[in-house]
Write a protein that binds this ligand. Sequence first.
Ligand SMILES: Nc1nc2c(ncn2[C@@H]2O[C@H](COP(=O)(O)OP(=O)(O)OP(=O)(O)O)[C@@H](O)[C@H]2O)c(=O)[nH]1
Ligand SMILES: [Mg+2]
Length: 315
Amino acid sequence: MPHATSTKRSKPMSNNNQKCVRITFVGTPNAGKSTLMNRLVGAKVSIVTPKVQTTRTRVTGIKTVGETQIIYLDTPGIFKPNKMLDKSMVKAAWEGLKDTDFTALLVDVQKGIGDEVKMIIAGINSRQNKNILVLNKIDLIAREKLLDITREINEMANFEATFMISALKGNGVEDLEKYFTQNAPEGQWIYPEDQMTDLPSRMFAAEITREKLMLCLNKEIPYNLMVETEQWEEKPVSKKYPNGSANIRQVIYVTSESQKKIVVGKAGSNIKKVGEMARKELEWALEMKINLFLFVKVQENWLTNPEHYRMMGLD
Ligand SMILES: Nc1nc2c(ncn2[C@@H]2O[C@H](COP(=O)(O)OP(=O)(O)OP(=O)(O)O)[C@@H](O)[C@H]2O)c(=O)[nH]1
Ligand SMILES: [Mg+2]
């Protein structure tokens, strides 16, 4: 799957037949929202891991099909938050429902309808948006169980339509896109036709590194770190690097010395592995040689520092 970063582009072409539709994905952590958005956009826009609470802020994915521009909004998973960062993430998810045509509730059918799903349904019921139900991960359960869940959940809220999909395998995803194009209101496009996200490259690069950290670290560590791209220095095209190259310097903030030790690993083994994985993916995404420099810094209070929240796109 290709990547998408937002480079500066010209204004969208305006014409009278244009349609534009906004869809916000909501659901519990790990329901598959980011996987689905990436598949619909056809590029990696939002990071994905097997761990809960991967997405921390709202991420826009854009796909223009014929006359219709579809603007997807991926959101952090909604759960009962305790810590400040969790609260801010959940708030960002609810805010994503403010300016949208459709709220698409994603449910992991293997997990079924627990308290958190019920809480989200209560939340979307209290809003005026058109709701659609997306039952995800159908590759993991038997058909009869799926029909039971469909019946049960449709009694709890008014859904305009129900889709049964596998975001991972792709089943049912085309029907979903068709539904959005068919139900898109008339309206001018917001973005140029070829744009796939509005995420700045620096943030995208920080997210890729955070994804690799989440994949390589366990327990509470991924939830106590953030990544910031401090420096991005592009070098001109040369004989050795005909596509150009860039030096990227990123800082990984953790909240204690012991976390730093784990992130760095024995003789730097872990950070080296993370750096290599991130660099490879960035080189592929940006199509140029990347020199990635990672630094781990202890900043005990980053989890309560508003400046860092702004940097992550949170309140
Ligand atoms: N088997 C299966 N796994 C899936 C499917 N969709 C997503 N997954 C997996 O579920 C895990 C979580 O996917 P994400 O897309 O990160 O989920 P999310 O809803 O964005 O999670 P948060 O960002 O934490 O809220 C990943 O390991 C995905 O590969 C699916 O249709 N079938
Ligand atoms: Mg996500």
